[in-house]
Design a protein around this ligand. Structure first.
Ligand code: FES
Length: 571
C-alpha cells in the first residue's frame, strides 16, 4: 500500500505544481496583449496564490514532490534508463535551482520585505537589468512544463482514452509554452522601449518598494539556498555510492535471463533496474511506477537458493487485479534476495504497439465482438476436391475480411470456417457497435455476391450466421511465437459466440444483443426481439434477430456512421 500512496502523493503534488506553472505560462502569454493585461491577471491569481491555505498546499506539494524525487534517486540502483525517463529526472532536479530564485524574488520579497511585485518590474529585471536571469526564468517555466508533460504522459499513457486524446494533448503541450515565450518576447520588447525613460524605471521601482539592502539580502539568500540544495544532492549521491559498495560486499544475487545471459546484482536491486543496467530491453510503459504491469516477468528460483521474497501489498494488488498466475512478478517492484531465473513476458515493442493501438494491456475496455460462421460448409465440402474447398474458403475469407476491415474492424482470428472480429478498439462502444453492424450488412451483401459468382457450381447457396455483442473485454497481446496477436478475452466474447450459434435456432442471419442496440443508437424496433438465456450469464439477455443482415444497410447509413456502406455493397 505504501507505494500506492506514494504514487498518489507524487501525482497530487505534481498536479498542484502543474497548475502553478500553467497559470504562469498563461500569464506570460498575455504579454501578446499588453503588460497591463499581464498585471491584471497577476492581480487576480496573486489573491489565489496568496491565500494561506493555497500557499501551504503549494509549499507542501513542492517539498513532497522534491522529497519523492530524492527518494527515487536514493532507491535507484542504475543510471541506465530510457531517454524519456532520464530527461524527466534531470529536468526535475534542474527546476529547484532556478525556482529558488523566482520564489525568493517574488514570494519572499513580498512576505518578508513587503514588496509589491509587478510584471513591469519583473520584465525590467529580466530584459534590462539581468537578461541572463530572465533567460533562466523563462527556461524554468519551459523545463517545468516539459517535466510535467513527461510525468503526466507516464500516468496517462496507460489509460484507455489516451490514444484518442493524445493529438489534442500534444497540441496543448506545444501551444501553451509557445504562446508564453511569444508573450514574454513581445512584453520584453515593450519594456525595453519604456526603459529608455529613466522616469518610468524610477516609477516601477517606487511601486515595488524594495531598497538596495533588501535586494542584496534576497540575492544572498538565493545563493545560500542554491548551495544548500547542491550540498544535499551531492551528499545524497555520495551516501548512495557508499551504500552500493557496502551492498556489494554483503553479497550479490544472480539473475539468469531466458536467453541465457547472467548478471550479478547487489541485494535490493529490482529486476527492471538489473535489466536496464545489463542493457536488456524490458517493457516498462509507466516508467517503473507499478501502474502498467507491462514489466511483468516470470520468475523461478534457482535450485537451493531459497524462496522468492513476498510481494509488497502494492505489488500484490496489481498482481491480483491482473489475475496474474503465481510465479509472475512486476520487474519494477520485485527485488530478489536469491538467485533467480527471469523471463519477461512482454517485449517492449509489443507493449508500446498495443498501447498505441488503444489496447490496454490487461485492463478492460468496452468493445463490440462479432462471430461469423459459414452454414453447412462441412456438408458442402464433402463431395468437392480439396483444391476447390481451399479456393472457395479463401474467396469467402477475402469477402468477409474486406467487409470487416472496410468497416474499421479488427479480424481477431479465422477459426475453421468461422471468423472472430473486434470493433471499437481505437474508438468507443458507440462507434464500435455501429461499425460491427455496418460490417454485418456488408458481409451479408458480399455473401450474395459470392452466391451470384458461384451460382453454377454450388448445389446450395452459401449462408452465414453472425452474432454481435458489446461489453467489457480484456485486450492484450496473447499467444506465443508467431501465433501471437492482439486479442480479447472475457464474457463478452463468449456471449457473442453464443449469439452466433443462436442464429440457427431463430432462422436469422444476424443476432445482436441489447447492449449493441443501446450503444449504436439506431432504431432497430422493426426487427423482432427475444429474451434468451445465455450459458454463463446470470440474467436473461434481450436480442434482436435479423433474417438478413443487409436489411440494416439503410439504418446504418441513416445514422451517418463513419463506416456507411459503399454503393456497390448496398446495391
Ligand atoms: S513498469 Fe509499469 S508496472 Fe512495472
Amino acid at each position: 500500500m505504501k507505494e500506492y500512496w506514494i504514487n498518489r502523493a507524487r501525482l497530487a503534488s505534481g498536479l498542484a505544481l502543474f497548475a502553478y506553472v500553467s497559470l504562469h505560462l498563461i500569464n506570460l502569454a498575455l504579454g501578446l496583449v499588453s503588460i497591463e493585461a499581464m498585471d491584471a491577471m497577476l492581480a487576480v491569481v496573486i489573491v489565489f496564490w496568496g491565500n494561506p491555505v493555497v500557499q501551504a498546499v503549494l509549499l507542501t506539494s513542492l517539498l513532497v514532490h522534491f522529497g519523492l524525487a530524492l527518494r527515487a534517486l536514493w532507491r535507484r540502483r542504475t543510471w541506465r534508463m530510457p531517454p524519456r525517463e532520464l530527461a524527466q529526472i534531470s529536468l526535475g532536479f534542474i527546476i529547484p535551482f532556478i525556482l529558488l530564485s523566482h520564489i525568493t524574488k517574488t514570494r519572499v520579497a513580498a512576505d518578508v520585505h513587503g514588496a509589491h511585485i509587478t510584471y513591469a518590474f519583473e520584465l525590467l529585471q529580466f530584459w534590462v537589468r539581468d537578461p541572463f536571469n530572465g533567460a533562466l526564468q523563462l527556461l524554468l517555466l519551459v523545463v517545468a512544463w516539459t517535466h510535467a508533460c513527461i510525468g503526466l504522459n507516464f500516468v496517462m499513457r496507460i489509460q484507455r482514452w489516451y490514444p484518442r486524446a493524445q493529438p489534442y494533448l500534444l497540441i496543448t503541450a506545444f501551444t501553451v509554452p509557445l504562446l508564453a515565450v511569444l508573450g514574454f518576447f513581445r512584453a520584453g520588447a515593450v519594456v525595453r522601449e519604456l526603459a529608455k525613460d529613466p522616469a518610468w524605471i524610477a516609477a516601477v521601482d517606487r511601486d515595488v518598494g524594495l531598497s538596495a539592502d533588501q535586494k542584496a539580502h534576497l540575492a544572498h539568500l538565493i545563493l545560500e539556498l542554491r548551495l544548500g540544495l547542491l550540498a544535499l544532492l551531492v551528499g545524497l549521491l555520495m551516501v548512495r555510492y557508499v551504500r552500493l559498495l557496502v551492498l556489494r560486499r554483503r553479497g550479490m544475487v544472480t539473475l539468469t535471463f531466458a536467453n541465457g545471459k547472467c548478471i550479478a546484482i547487489p541485494h535490493g536491486t529490482s529486476v527492471l533496474e538489473a535489466s536496464r543496467d545489463a542493457g536488456i530491453a524490458h517493457a516498462s510503459i509507466c516508467g517503473g511506477r507499478g501502474r502498467c504491469s507491462t514489466c511483468r516477468t516470470h520468475v523461478t528460483c534457482e535450485d537451493n537458493s531459497g524462496g522468492l521474497p513476498a510481494a509488497s501489498n502494492f505489488e500484490l494488488g496489481v498482481l491480483q487485479q491482473m489475475k496474474l498466475p503465481p510465479g509472475v512478478r512486476l520487474a519494477c517492484q520485485f527485488r530478489p534476495l536469491h538467485n533467480v531465473k527471469v523471463t519477461p513476458i512482454l517485449q517492449p515493442s509489443q507493449a508500446h504497439r498495443a498501447i498505441m493501438q488503444g489496447a490496454e494491456l490487461g485492463t478492460e475496455r468496452e468493445i463490440a465482438v462479432m462471430f461469423c460462421d459459414l452454414r453447412g460448409f462441412t456438408a458442402l465440402s464433402e463431395h468437392r476436391l480439396p483444391y476447390d474447398v481451399v479456393f472457395l474458403l479463401n474467396r469467402y475469407f477475402a469477402a468477409m475480411g474486406e467487409a470487416i476491415t472496410d468497416s474499421d474492424g479488427h479480424i481477431d482470428k479465422f477459426i475453421g470456417d468461422g471468423i472472430m472480429a473486434l470493433f471499437g478498439m481505437k474508438s468507443n462502444p458507440v462507434s464500435g457497435s455501429r461499425q460491427a453492424l455496418a460490417a454485418a450488412a456488408r458481409m451479408s451483401a458480399r455473401i450474395d455476391g459470392l452466391n451470384a459468382a458461384f451460382a453454377h457450381e454450388l448445389p446450395e447457396k452459401l449462408k452465414i450466421g453472425i452474432g454481435i455483442h458489446s461489453g467489457m473485454a480484456v485486450l492484450g497481446e496473447m499467444g506465443w511465437g508467431t501465433a501471437k496477436g492482439l486479442t480479447a478475452i472475457g464474457d463478452c466474447v463468449n456471449t457473442a459466440s453464443r449469439l452466433e450459434s443462436m442464429t440457427k435456432e431463430y432462422g436469422a442471419e444476424l443476432i445482436v444483443s441489447e447492449d449493441v442496440e443501446r450503444n449504436c443508437g439506431l432504431d432497430l424496433s422493426p426487427w423482432p426481439s427475444h429474451e434468451v438465456t445465455v450459458r454463463g450469464r446470470t440474467t436473461p439477455l434481450l436480442i434482436r434477430a435479423f433474417p438478413r443482415a443487409r436489411e440494416l444497410s439503410n439504418a446504418v447509413s441513416l445514422a451517418k456512421a463513419a463506416c456507411a456502406l459503399p454503393q456497390e455493397d448496398a446495391a
